[in-house]
Design a protein around this ligand. Structure first.
Ligand code: NAI
Length: 253
């Protein structure tokens, strides 16, 4: 068994994509994994695969999150490694972006991090080698057209991460972010479908155009992002704090 044996890892949005890959990778290192997500079925499937525990909750519902965190603690003990990964994307020209879309994206990608961090911190401030990792994006580090709410939410995520990293720098907790470019997950499937709908291109062509926007010319894999999250969680990564680890094939170079 690996370095994470005996540690409790909680992953939000753990039923698919980067969250599922991260849950698998942490379980492979020996962690007891709690998975939080909205959709019961994929959550149950990943949990069954890794002998983890699924807890259904919408991350934008603080009371439901409080219950899920309490249930996870009851089953798997105090939290050691917390990965706030759940998120949504959307795209539209700014002047056609509705206030509803703005509110929904900020609530899911940013306000839910505030809630998740507040719920996790009492455990994370009690002990050594505790980790909070936020899944942000290169959209947290630079602007992008047709994605103002998403970009704003991810910049907010990076700002929250940096603030917590500084505030708690002298404790056993580190707080970091991973910032991927386009990753081959259901989120990119949705983006490709949206591009296909609005441009008349095929979904394959749309996916290829997204891959082309990554400097290395291919989509990043969820496993590549998970490997970086695991790296940040390792006990020998304790001096990495407040970092945005880019996993982007060179987009930010
Ligand atoms: P995904 O769509 O497979 O994963 C998102 C997960 O979050 C899903 O399991 C979904 O059910 C869950 N989720 C969404 N809203 C939720 C809510 N209100 N309550 C509970 N769970 C909720 O896509 P992916 O790519 O794995 O996304 C994970 C994170 O990675 C997101 O924060 C996303 O912004 C970020 N990211 C993704 C990139 C990509 O190109 N796929 C690039 C950079 C960052």
């Amino acid at each position: 068994m690996g370095w994470a044996q005996g540690r409790h890892a909680l992953v939000t949005g753990g039923g698919s994509g980067i969250g599922a890959a991260t849950a698998r990778a942490l379980a492979a290192e020996g962690a007891r994994v709690s998975l939080i997500g909205r959709r019961r079925e994929p959550l149950d499937a990943v949990a069954a695969e890794i002998e983890g525990r699924p807890f259904a909750a919408d991350v934008t519902d603080r009371a439901a999150m409080e219950q899920a965190f309490a249930a996870a603690r009851q089953v798997n003990g105090a939290l050691d490694l917390v990965i706030l990964n759940a998120g949504i994307g959307d795209s539209a020209p700014f002047l056609r972006t509705t206030r509803e879309a703005w509110d929904r994206i900020i609530a899911t990608n940013l306000t839910a991090l505030f809630d998740g961090a507040q719920l996790a911190l009492p455990d994370l401030l009690d002990g050594a080698d505790k980790r909070l990792v936020i899944v942000a994006s290169v959209a947290g580090l630079r602007g992008a057209a047709y994605a103002a709410p998403y970009v704003a939410s991810k910049h907010g995520a990076v700002g929250l991460m940096r603030s917590l990293a500084v505030e708690y720098a002298r404790t056993g907790l580190t707080v970091n972010a991973v910032c991927p470019a386009f990753v081959d997950t259901p989120m990119v499937d949705d983006s490709a479908a949206r591009i296909a709908r609005t441009t008349g291109r095929s979904e394959e062509e749309a996916r290829a155009s997204l891959a082309e926007m990554n400097t290395n010319g291919r989509l990043i894999t969820a496993e590549e992002v998970a490997a970086s999250i695991v790296h940040l969680c390792r006990p020998d990564s304790g001096a990495i704090n407040g970092a945005c680890l880019t996993i982007d094939g060179g987009v930010m170079a």
